[in-house]
Write a protein that binds this ligand. Structure first.
Ligand SMILES: Nc1ncnc2c1ncn2[C@@H]1O[C@H](COP(=O)(O)OP(=O)(O)OP(=O)(O)O)[C@@H](O)[C@H]1O
Length: 600
């Protein structure tokens, strides 16, 4: 567990560390203030037990004399008042420190979750293509939250209590070593034995929480995401049963871990009361029934126990909670460490220096790309040239590697060998971002957010920065204006989650309008018009071809009709480019292409 705390500390930023040390000072002040509160009770009780000490030769008598009071009861009253003031100050310090610790714990936890989200959002396409979004959602929402509430916050609470417990322990040892050491040993041993017994169970249940959380997120993602198929195939019961089954494991694991940290409190209270009764009997026996002598000693121990017991319980409960949530840290540790390794941000000056300009051509040279865990290459030794302002078609059977090649062109996938060049300048990790700014991409299936049509066209641009003129132009070019005019709120009409309130063709045209909104010089279409009816496709294709000579256009198409007007068509087969030429040239020279055209 100490190792985990050390690792967690290494993830804190300088600012967080500084705040932590400041809080440490507050924690120590709080512990001293609480101790002072306890310590001030003893003299007061001595005074209450026997006011005749004011007549004797001691510190009380001196203060009494200096106060100028004549009635001992008045003195007792004012001493009591001062003790109350001391206790109030100590309470205020404790409340403030606990408040600050809670805020600090929560903010550190949430900053870690934010960091994790930012890390995943900046990871490349290959990372996302080979992982599961349910897993990432779980990492950020469940595991990072468990890290906050199950590790960092308990650690903060424990931190304050450890200092207090040590101070109380030292003070009562100084006050009376024998009684203190025996009492402390009883508690330490009881908690230690308890922790040893439950330690393994906490870890096991903690891991179960991580495991079933993944299952539950997956079931939610698949169930809600594929609800149409679920309903049609009548699979709701299967989903519900699996969800409930994981829920039972989840509930038990959560309950057991919470119980293990809370339940022993009552047992410890029993031990504390038992020890107290034992101590009372012992003291009465030692002092032969003299209550005046017994009361102050008893008051100190009662108050020490009153403060020490919850502190020990808090330490134990925090340790149990941390142990039970270690699996959450294990789950995100690797990603967190990588996320803190420092991102290579490039400066504006570097961007300007690296900005590729397209004046002549884009070339792909000897590109080889294999997906991880795949034996054959998805793209093998592909070379192609895309002249500026030309219209290029990419055709081939399903699985021939067209989308993979386009992802390489978009800078989303990095080939294992070969290079992508713009006017001879290679696109590297450093200038990739600038290259991507020059591209407009329309994928096979468009992702739509829950916002308005305008927000979806200007995707990712804050509402106040959306340029309505550019939205109108894009709508026009994507042949959407007629449909939008019929909507009650026009471009401000909401499209529903993932665009459920739109037809497939309308969704696709919004995707096309999105690519056009950003006024990219290079437009890439991956099966972008396949969901459109013949007439709409022709209108949209004509709009795309209107750009010919002004923009560089690359399109993947299954329907050969779509690529008929392209300047060059590349034919792909099993990851290779097997032929190229204009539509008419390919019909004449390539039998595969001819067959495809006949069956189109
Ligand atoms: N994320 C991925 N992980 C592993 N393999 C993949 C992944 N995406 C594609 N592949 C594999 O790479 C090969 C090429 O796929 P790609 O999607 O590029 O073909 P395509 O020509 O675009 O097909 P389609 O016309 O059906 O979209 C296929 O064998 C496919 O199974």
């Amino acid at each position: 567990m100490l190792k985990v705390i050390k690792q967690l500390f290494s993830l804190l930023t300088d600012k967080q560390l500084k705040q932590f040390y400041t809080l440490q000072v507050l924690v120590v002040i709080m512990a001293f203030a609480e101790l002072l509160g306890i310590a001030s009770i003893a003299p007061f009780m001595t005074l209450v037990g026997d006011t005749s000490i004011l007549e004797k030769n001691n510190i009380f008598a001196e203060i009494y004399q200096m106060s100028g009071m004549t009635n001992p009861l008045d003195f007792v009253f004012y001493t009591g008042l001062m003790v109350l003031v001391a206790l109030t100050i100590s309470t205020i310090i404790s409340m403030y420190t606990t408040w600050r610790l809670s805020l600090y714990g929560a903010s550190v936890g949430i900053e870690i979750a934010d960091h994790l989200y930012a890390y995943y959002m900046k990871e490349d396409w290959q990372f996302h293509a080979s992982g599961s979004s349910a897993q990432l959602t779980k990492q950020v929402s469940v595991e990072a939250m468990r890290l906050t509430t199950g590790i960092i916050q308990p650690l903060m609470r424990m931190n304050a209590k450890v200092v207090l417990a040590i101070l109380i322990a030292v003070s009562i040892i100084v006050y009376d070593p024998v009684i203190a050491i025996v009492g402390l040993m009883i508690f330490a041993l009881a908690y230690f034995l308890l922790y040893k017994t439950v330690r393994k169970k906490l870890v096991i249940q903690g891991r179960a929480i991580s495991q079933v959380s993944t299952d539950r997120f997956r079931l939610m993602n698949e169930g809600f995401g594929g609800i149409k198929d679920v309903l049609l195939l009548n699979r709701s019961e299967d989903f519900i049963n699996r969800f409930e089954r994981s829920g039972r494991i989840y509930a038990r694991a959560l309950g057991v871990n919470a119980g293990i940290s809370q339940v022993p409190r009552y047992f410890m209270e029993l031990i504390a009361f038992g020890s107290m009764i034992g101590l009372v009997l012992l003291l009465i026996k030692w002092h032969e029934g003299n209550l005046g002598a017994v009361l102050p000693i008893l008051a100190v121990y009662a108050l020490a126990a009153f403060k020490l017991l919850p502190a020990l319980q808090q330490i134990y409960a925090s340790i149990a909670q941390i142990k039970g949530n270690l699996a959450a840290f294990e789950a995100v540790k690797g990603d967190l460490e990588r996320s803190y390794e420092g991102s290579k941000e490039i400066t504006d000056a570097q961007v300007a220096q690296q900005r590729p300009t397209l004046t002549k051509e884009i070339t792909l040279s000897n590109i080889v790309f294999s997906y991880p865990n795949k034996s054959s290459a998805a793209v093998s030794d592909v070379s192609m040239t895309i002249p500026k302002n030309s219209v290029i078609g990419l055709v081939g059977s399903s699985g021939s590697g067209k989308s993979t090649l386009i992802d390489i062109l978009l800078g989303l996938l990095t080939p294992q060998s070969g290079s992508l060049n713009v006017d001879g300048k290679p696109i590297t990790a450093e200038n990739k971002r600038v290259w991507q700014d020059m591209l407009g991409f329309v994928p096979q299936s468009i992702f739509l957010s829950e916002g308005s049509i305008a927000a979806n066209i200007a995707f990712g641009v804050p509402a106040r920065d959306i340029d309505s003129k550019k939205v109108d132009e894009a709508l026009n070019l994507a042949n959407l204006n007629e449909m939008v005019e019929q909507l009650p709120e026009g471009v401000n009409t909401k499209v529903g989650e993932r665009g459920v309130q739109l037809s497939g063709g309308q969704r696709q045209r919004i995707g096309i309008a999105r690519a056009l909104y950003h006024k990219a010089d290079i437009l890439v279409f991956d099966e972008a018009t396949s969901a459109l009816d013949g007439i709409t496709e022709k209108i949209v294709m004509d709009a795309i071809h209107d750009f010919s000579g002004q923009k560089t256009i690359i399109m993947i198409a299954h329907r050969l009709k779509t690529v008929q007007k392209c300047d060059i068509i590349y034919l792909m087969k099993q990851g290779c480019i097997v032929d190229s030429g204009s539509y008419n040239e390919l019909i004449l020279k390539n039998s595969d292409f001819k067959k495809m055209a006949e069956h189109a």
